[in-house]
Design a protein around this ligand. Structure first.
Ligand code: COA
Length: 258
């Protein structure tokens, strides 16, 4: 892996830092590919149980796709770029393991789109959010027109997309765009706290919950059917036996994820 991304496995939690602070962690093609490699690790390696994504420095999570890289792209090149981004972000969204964005500053354009692909978002009080693409004569290309509507509704999403206005952290929280706002010093601790809470639950249940919730937004799926299937699946797992036995025996469950 190159130097655009730093990652480490902290007791089963992968921590990924977008590492281009001098360019406000703008997402260039190689960074997106490196991120894709880490997401594969998450999805295929048993000792990776969750992922936290943050940005280097105190100013930005990511200030968008790298404008200097795509400035001279043709439409075909732009389509390739967008497809690769969609691939990686869809893998994040559909990961069976929890993914949290720890947003430490600007989350603009592709930066906000990346954060929105994560299952949960925690931000520092200085964070700012926006989809400024229209100012560049563009529209979002990494899912912003869809996930913003899904998260905050059409009216407010339209306003953000059409005006390019930035949202403050409290406004983003009020709209449900972020789950929690904290001081920058406590951002990573808060993200770990939330991650560890999730990881203390049954891993199969977590995976099936993500799948069922995502099915709501999948026009080809029936979310209610997915829920029934996921619910039934859980009954045939050791996690379910352990969870119910632990409750009845008044002890903490020890889930194995099977
Ligand atoms: N792509 C490429 N480079 C970017 C970038 C992006 N999306 N966002 C910031 N940078 C670079 C700047 O060019 C600058 O590089 P330089 O020091 O070599 O000139 C560096 O990051 C610092 O940014 P700067 O603009 O000087 O910081 P600022 O505090 O004055 O402004 C922003 C911060 C976020 C308001 C401003 O950087 C900005 O508007 N960025 C673009 C946001 C955007 O349109 N994103 C959507 C892209 S599709």
């Amino acid at each position: 892996m190159g130097e655009q991304i730093i990652w480490e496995n902290r007791d089963g939690v992968l921590v990924v830092t977008l590492n281009r602070a001098s360019k406000l962690n703008a997402l260039n093609r190689s960074l997106v590919s490196e991120l894709g490699e880490v997401v594969h690790k998450l999805n295929f390696e048993a000792d990776c149980r969750g992922l936290i994504i943050t940005g280097a420095g105190e100013k930005a999570f990511a200030a968008g796709a790298d404008i200097s890289e795509f400035a001279n792209y043709s439409g075909d090149e732009a389509a390739l770029m967008a497809r690769r981004g969609h691939e990686v972000f869809n893998e994040i969204e559909n990961s069976a393991k929890p993914v949290i964005a720890a947003i430490n500053g600007f989350a603009l354009g592709g930066g906000l789109e990346l954060a929105m692909a994560c299952h949960l978002r925690i931000c520092s009080a200085n964070a700012k959010f926006g989809q400024p693409e229209a100012s560049l004569g563009l529209i979002p290309g990494y899912g912003g027109t869809q996930r913003l509507v899904q998260l905050i509704g059409k009216g407010k999403a339209m306003e953000i997309l059409l005006t390019g206005d930035m949202l403050s952290a409290p406004d983003a929280h009020r709209l449900g765009l972020v789950n929690q706002v904290v001081e920058q010093e406590t951002l990573m601790d808060t993200a770990f706290e939330m991650m560890n809470k999730i990881l203390s639950k049954g891993p199969v249940a977590i995976a099936k919950t993500i799948e069922a919730v995502n099915a709501y937004f999948d026009t080809k799926a029936n979310g209610f059917e997915e829920e029934i299937k996921g619910f039934a699946h859980c009954f045939d797992t050791n996690d379910f036996k352990e969870g119910t036995n632990a409750f009845l025996e008044k002890r903490k469950p020890e889930f194995k994820g099977n």
